[in-house]
Every structure is written in C-alpha cells, then in structure tokens.
Design a protein around this ligand. Structure first.
Ligand SMILES: *Cc1c(COP(=O)(O)O)cnc(C)c1O
Length: 405
C-alpha cells in the first residue's frame, strides 16, 4: 500500500480500505460453511460506506441491519432484499413498517412487546411478517463488557423459555411467520467455547420447536468473530463453522452469520499526519491530525491499534499519539515506540476498517475524514472529505430568523 502517494492525492486524515482483503475474508467464511446452505450477512454498523456494501453485494453477501437507515443503505447499494435482516432492541413503528413494506428476509425480534407491535403493524398492512427471535443464551463471550451481548444482564434478546412462548404465539397468528432463530453473544470473540455453548442452547430450542411443528428455516449464529489487533489468536472460519455445524446434525436449516469486524476490520487503515512533537516533563506526545472523532475505539474501549511510521525507521522512544481534540481521552495510542518525528511525517493506524468511520463524529467541528478503496492496485475515493459547509448545512438557514419574528 503506497501510503505516501495516497496521502498526497487525498490528504489526511484518511481511511483506506483494502477491498481485496475484504473479498478474501468473505470467501473464507463462505467456504467454511460450504457443506451447508449458508448466508453470510455483513453487519452494516461496522462500516456502512455504500461502496463497501456494493462490493459485498457483488460477492453475494446479505446484510444485518440495526436501524432503518442501515436497511436503506443496504437496499441502495444493491443488497438483495431477501438477504436483509433487521435486528435491534428498539425498532420504532415507522422502521418496522418500512421493513415490512420492503419485504426483507426477516425482522429479528428482541422482546415480547416488540413482537406484538410487529404483529399489529403487519395486520394494518394486511401482510405476514417473517420474524426470528433473538435468544439470549446467557453465555459469557469473554470479551470487553461493552461489547458482550449474550448475558442475562445485557439488554439483548430473550431467554429460551420466553423465546419458545413467542414462537408459539407466532404460530397462532396469521400475521407472523417464524422463519428464523437467532443469537449474537458479543463482539471481538477469540474463544471458540462461547460459540459452541450458545449454538448448543439455540439448537436445542430449534429441535423443541420442530417437535411443536414450528419449522425454522434460518439458523442465525450472529457475528462477533474476532480479529488480530495486537497479539490475539483469532478463531479460524473453519473452526467457527465446525462449532456451529456440530450442533446441527440432522437438521436442514440455512446457516446465517452476521459478521462485521471480521470482514472489514483488518482491511482498514487510518492514515494521519504528524503536526507536532511535544514533551511535557518526561512524557512525550506526538500530536497528529486524526483524533478520537475519527477513531473512538481507543478512547471508548481502551482498544489497541498498532501504529506505524510510513517512511521513517529506526528505534526511538515511547510516545502517546494524540489528536487535536480538547479531551484528555483523545488518543490513538499510548506508549507507542516511535522514532523522532517531524511536521508532515505520516503515521498509519492499523485495523481501522471496523467501528472506525462508522463511529466517527464531528466533535470539535471537525469535518469527517475522506474514505478511499484500494482494489487490484487501483485506488479511488468512496467518500469525499466533509467540508465546513457540510457541517453547518442544517443550521445556517435558522440564523436568518429573529426571536421576535
Ligand atoms: C454488531 C452486531 C453484529 C456484528 O458484530 P461483529 O463483532 O462486528 O461481527 C452482528 N449481529 C448483531 C445483531 C450485531 O448487533
């Protein structure tokens, strides 16, 4: 990757995504499940750029969406409607209505109250809602507490007994068609046991539903496959698939998985330029032009991202790499070993493809970074850098109004 050329062409801070890496990750999962019918859905929230969605659509991916905005993005980018799943604990009426009218694959329901709303809205539209129920298997994914979702104390899903009750309710409703079963236990998971445990619990429910003549077609194992940021040993797609398939012998379900980070995380780089070096007492800081508004993971989860120089080598000393934002929590890396740096030297923050741009903000009135895709050695812009005009667009006309008008 020619970071220097990309920086001079597109300026910094800049997100760069390796589309060939995304293809390779997608294909590795698809292959791991090739003994069965499978649907690999991309979790749009990891990185919702339309060109990424289109790239994945071309590979045959579906999408897992957690807002109507994400459903609209998926449709706009050309994802087949019958490959779109809509999850999330707080869908509002207009979102449910939109999803039903668009006839997407299924709504993934997370509570009894939500199921009743879906039923009422489907009835109003005189249609039948395809749904899955999100089971909370009470399994510890052994990941960061903020990204663990499969425990009773988390807000997600319903316990297996409640799930069963909801399926029976669906069976007796002309407006609800239970086609799927779902669980998603967390993110950045690097331990196979929680997957095995969660699928075992969900598969048991699947079998008990079969006994009640409730025939589930889609078995959705969620996402959460971890990647390497530092020294983690990620689960291999093959082992992931085996942990799921081992629980599903004798069944004829289509296996669905919803991967975000695994598909795009390692494909992404955040390229940033050094502004200044400074020393506060014994503490060395490298101030760069990217900040927590571009990549919030270090500030939010104390997440580690490898940071490398682009064209300077040699040992150095430890420094905190920080942005211009007025918060002490604004850092991209702590105690990073870096050679002496000068104004305009480039640094690259690695594994920034997932939960990077999609969690970025305009805090401190900073326009969001541009995004570039690289494929077959060619690069192209996939999102223009925001401008000051973009930032004030929704406010400026109100300046013209006086309070006493
Ligand atoms: C966030 C999320 C995912 C994807 O998580 P990753 O760790 O990025 O794979 C999948 N399914 C649901 C329901 C989610 O909320």
């Amino acid at each position: 990757m020619d970071f220097k050329a990309l920086a001079s062409r597109y300026k910094t801070p800049l997100f760069i995504y390796d589309f060939d890496h995304i293809s390779a990750q997608f294909n590795s999962v698809k292959e791991a499940f090739n003994a069965r019918k499978s649907l690999v859905c991309y979790a749009v929230k990891a990185n919702s750029n339309l060109s990424i969605l289109k790239h994945l659509a071309n590979l045959g991916a579906g999408c897992d969406c957690v807002s109507v905005g994400e459903v609209k993005r998926a449709l706009y980018a050309g994802i087949t409607r019958y490959k779109i799943i809509f999850s999330g604990v707080g869908k509002d009426d207009s979102e449910i209505e939109f999803a039903l009218k668009e006839n997407i694959l299924m709504l993934n329901v997370e509570s009894e109250a939500e199921l009743k709303r879906v039923e009422a809205i489907a009835k109003n539209l005189n249609t039948t809602a395809r749904i899955s129920v999100r089971v909370n298997p009470n399994v510890d994914a052994k990941t960061h507490p903020y990204i663990s979702t499969g425990l009773r104390k988390n807000k997600f899903g319903v316990d297996t007994d409640t799930a069963k009750k909801l399926y029976i309710y669906c069976k007796n409703s002309p407006f609800l068609d239970p086609v799927g079963i779902h669980c998603h236990i967390g993110s950045q998971i690097t331990d196979i046991a929680p997957y095995r445990d969660a699928t075992a619990i969900t598969a048991e429910l699947l079998r008990s539903l079969k006994a009640l003549e409730i025939d589930i077609k889609f078995f959705d194992v969620g996402g959460g496959l971890g990647i390497r940021y530092k020294d983690e040993t990620p689960i291999k797609p093959y082992d992931f698939a085996q942990s799921v398939l081992a629980n599903l012998s004798g069944t004829d379900v289509t296996i669905v998985c919803e991967l975000g980070r695994f598909l795009v995380g390692n494909s992404g780089y955040l390229l940033t330029k050094v502004l200044y070096e400074k020393q506060n007492g014994t503490k060395r800081f490298v101030v760069v032009d990217a900040a927590m508004n571009d990549l919030i993971r270090p500030s939010l989860y104390s997440a580690y991202h490898e940071i490398e120089t682009v064209d300077k080598n040699g040992g150095g000393s430890l420094a905190d790499v920080v942005g211009p934002i007025c918060e002490s929590g604004d850092f991209l890396g702590k105690d990073v070993e870096l050679p002496p740096l000068e104004h305009s030297d480039l640094l690259v923050v690695k594994s920034a493809g997932a939960y990077g741009f999609s969690m970025s903000s305009n805090y401190n009135s900073r326009p969001r970074a541009a995004e570039v895709a690289v494929k077959d050695g060619k690069d192209r812009l996939i999102r223009a850098r925001e401008s000051f005009e973009d930032l004030i667009e929704l406010e400026k006309e109100y300046l013209k109004k006086d309070w006493d008008e």
